[in-house]
Each structure stands twice: as C-alpha cells, then as structure tokens.
Design a binder for this molecule. Structure first.
Ligand SMILES: [Ca+2]
Length: 153
C-alpha cells in the first residue's frame, strides 16, 4: 500500500513532463508557422508565448483532436507591443504542425470551441484606457473550414 503514493507521484511527474514536452513542441511549431515567420520577419522577437488556455477539439471532425492555441510574440517593432493570434495545430508523423493561424484584434481572455467554431473573448483599449488596462470586451469568432481559419459570424 505504501507504493501507491509513489506511483501517483511518478504518474503526476510523467504527465507534467509529457505536457511540458507538448507545450515545447507547440511553441516550436508556432515559431515555424506561417504567422510566426511573418511576425518575426516584421520585427517581432521569436519569443512566443501562450495566452489564455489552449484547447483540444476535433475541429475538422476527423476523429483526432487539434490544438487551438491563442499566442503572441513579444517585442514587436522594438517596443513592448505584442499582437495576438490564434493557431490551430494537428499532430502528424509524431510532430505538431500548423493547420492555419489568424491574427486577431485585442488580447485573448478566454476561448471556447464548439464544432469547427472558435469563440475568443478579447479585451481591447477604449479611448480613455491607460496602457496597463484595456477595458473593452469583444468576441472574435473564427471557423476552421477546408484547412483555413476565417472570421465567422
Ligand atoms: Ca481533427
């Protein structure tokens, strides 16, 4: 019976390690994605960071889950501006690969996926908001269709 806590600890460490490995692979895939390359070419750093929670969902109904990942690059234009994107990734040949990404207005606060529809709740700056604190909530709707991520209604 004393081995059970040790087994639980080992399973927990193994699953955290697997998640960290998946996150590292996804961040590398983001750097190599079309959107990631465009941002780096446009003057953003290659410091990619996840925003909000990432979601697993079978967007294209093929029986395998994709990862829906709001993300950002830091230091765009030499300042501390950072723009947000949403990427969709699938695992192929043991590696994560981008299906498509789309830049979005505002900073993602939360994300919800239903079918092929992605709803991202964002915050943007209002006319009198200080730099620290955007206050305008909005919803960006995206849909994955034929391998392309598009804004939807
Ligand atoms: Ca799928």
């Amino acid at each position: 019976m004393r081995k059970l806590p040790l087994l639980c600890l080992l399973l927990t460490l193994w699953s955290q390690s697997a998640l960290a490995q998946t996150e590292r692979e996804l961040l590398q895939a983001l750097r190599q994605s079309t959107e990631g390359k465009q941002r780096i070419k446009a003057g953003c750093t290659d410091r990619i960071r996840p925003i909000s929670e990432w979601r697993l969902a079978d967007l294209d109904q093929d029986g395998t889950a994709e990862v829906v990942a709001p993300w950002s690059t830091e230091g765009c234009g030499g300042g501390n501006y950072w723009g947000a994107s949403v990427g969709v990734f699938k695992q192929s040949g043991g590696r994560w690969q981008e299906i498509d990404s789309a830049g979005i207005e505002g900073q993602p606060e939360s994300i919800e996926v239903r079918g092929n529809q992605i709803r991202v709740r964002t915050k943007s700056y209002g006319p009198n908001d200080p730099r620290c604190c955007p206050s305008q909530m909005a919803t960006v709707r995206l849909a994955l269709s034929n391998g392309k991520l598009r804004e939807s209604r």
